[in-house]
Design a protein around this ligand. Structure first.
Ligand code: SF4
Ligand code: SF4
Length: 446
């Protein structure tokens, strides 16, 4: 039986004129050469299901929808404005109704939605960071069979460690003072001694994220510090939860909607002027809350209001200038996160942030607009294709011969960082805000 949600999306499928302009932008089509693994082919399959010509539980529908990265590179190049990302999520919900997701997918989504993640990521992650277990495990584990996935997962965890961040900052010529993860205290920055910042003191809330607050504590703190240094008043938000992006991408739209509703209530309680997000996938998901909840008339208006306030942290910093810091002499390879470039259409702000750091030379990675293969949990659930795409990205990064790789999304940081680690490459990975934060530290702003 057809998903009610997908039936409601007939209008979204109609604008596709089958021109094929999207095909060259698609990483899965480029590697597999199969029309069914292209955006146009997947839209054909969706339409066939909607029109009852293809069984929603068929293997063909399940496999080709599952194999999509969800990178949305097909959207900006589409002359008809097909809302591919929304259609993909609905198609995945339809698939999930007929073919339960694999155990690994279900297990990962459960972790992100449950309080268990606090135990998993908050306390042990610090232990892992301290002992370097993940790093050691990734180095020693053979890359064969199922161990290949485990080795990748460990390498991804290892790329979030304090040691990895220190290495990246060290490569970038930064001092190590203050470069380690800040202790996980409340989400407010130390008082800033930065010069008077440009603009008014707009009230900004920060999405702390689900695993983000445990694995990327330093990035969350750097987000607050740099926003405050640029004149924003950062207000803490209690009761916020996972943004729901991974659940939506995995076809669990009900759980995604439940998380979205919880976040709407939490962020409404603050009434901030803007909501800063430092994770491209989360930002894209929150900017789409209005669409996700469009059929819930009780909350759809509030969802659209919240979505309008969501900004990537680099958008807010770029709006403020941002304030220039002290010199950090280094070269960085910059790679665009898909959910920032394609889904949010945010291209320049991360580069504006890097331009505010004296001494930083930016080299754009070749094919920087192509997915790194991480794509949420895709790198783990599809180790072969995700690994191939990831290796191409690592090769392009390494060709830049930079001191560090900079990208504005923790998921991409983990995927690229893991790829570099598995190849024994010396480059570390940083978020642009982390480098700006280091520049401000060296300037003595905090
Ligand atoms: S999705 Fe857009 S670009 Fe791709 S075939 Fe359809 S109309 Fe053309
Ligand atoms: S989202 Fe990415 S992988 Fe999926 S069809 Fe579009 S371009 Fe291809």
């Amino acid at each position: 039986m057809l998903s009610e949600a997908l039936q409601k999306q007939r209008d979204r499928l109609l604008p596709c004129v089958h021109c094929g302009f999207c095909l060259p932008a698609c990483p899965t089509y480029n590697r597999l050469g199969d029309e069914a693994d292209s955006p146009r082919g997947r839209l054909h399959l969706m339409r066939a299901v909607v029109e009852g010509r293809l069984d929603a539980g068929s293997e063909a529908f399940g496999i080709h929808i599952d194999r999509c990265l969800g990178c949305r590179a097909c959207e900006p190049v589409c002359p008809s404005g097909v809302e591919y990302g929304t259609l993909l999520e609905l198609a995945r919900e339809t698939v999930a109704e007929h073919r339960p997701p694999r155990f690994l997918t279900r297990a990962l989504l459960w972790v992100f939605a449950s309080s268990f993640r606090r135990a998993l990521f908050f306390v042990p992650s610090r232990l892992i960071r301290g002992l370097g277990i993940a790093s050691l495990g990734a180095a020693l584990m053979p890359a064969v069979g199922p161990l290949k996935t485990a080795k990748l997962a460990l390498a991804m965890l290892a790329s979030t460690t304090g040691w990895s961040r220190l290495r990246a900052l060290g490569n970038a010529g930064a001092t190590t003072a203050g470069a380690a993860d800040s202790p996980a205290g409340p989400l407010s920055a130390e008082s800033s001694t930065a010069p008077a910042a440009v603009g008014s003191r707009r009230r900004v809330a920060v999405l702390t994220g689900c695993v983000q607050e445990g694995l990327f504590t330093r990035l969350n703190r750097a987000t607050v510090r740099t926003l405050e240094a640029n004149g924003y008043e950062v207000v803490p938000v209690g009761g916020q939860d996972c943004c729901g992006a991974l659940h939506a991408h995995g076809g669990d739209l009900e759980q995604a909607r439940a998380l979205a509703r919880a976040n709407i209530v939490a962020f409404e309680s603050i009434d901030a002027d803007a909501i800063a997000v430092n994770t491209a996938g989360c930002g894209a998901a929150m900017k789409d809350y209005g669409v996700l909840l469009e059929n819930d008339l009780e909350i759809s208006g509030r969802a659209r209001e919240l979505s309008a306030k969501v900004k990537d942290v680099t958008e807010l910093l770029a709006q403020a200038g941002p304030l220039s810091g002290a010199e950090v002499t280094c070269t960085v390879a910059y790679d665009h996160p898909c959910h920032l470039l394609h889904a949010q259409r945010v291209e320049q702000p991360p580069l504006t942030v890097l331009a505010a750091i004296p001494g930083v030379e930016v080299r754009i990675v070749e094919n920087a607009d192509e997915c790194c293969g991480g794509a949420g949990i895709y790198g783990i659930t599809h180790p072969e294709l995700g690994g191939e795409i990831g290796r191409d990205k690592v090769a392009a990064v390494r060709a830049c011969a930079a001191d560090a790789v900079v990208t504005a999304n923790p998921g991409c940081m983990m995927q690229i960082g893991a790829g570099l680690r598995l190849e024994g490459a010396p480059e570390g990975v940083l978020h642009p805000v982390e480098l700006l934060d280091e520049s401000y530290r060296r300037a003595g702003y905090y």
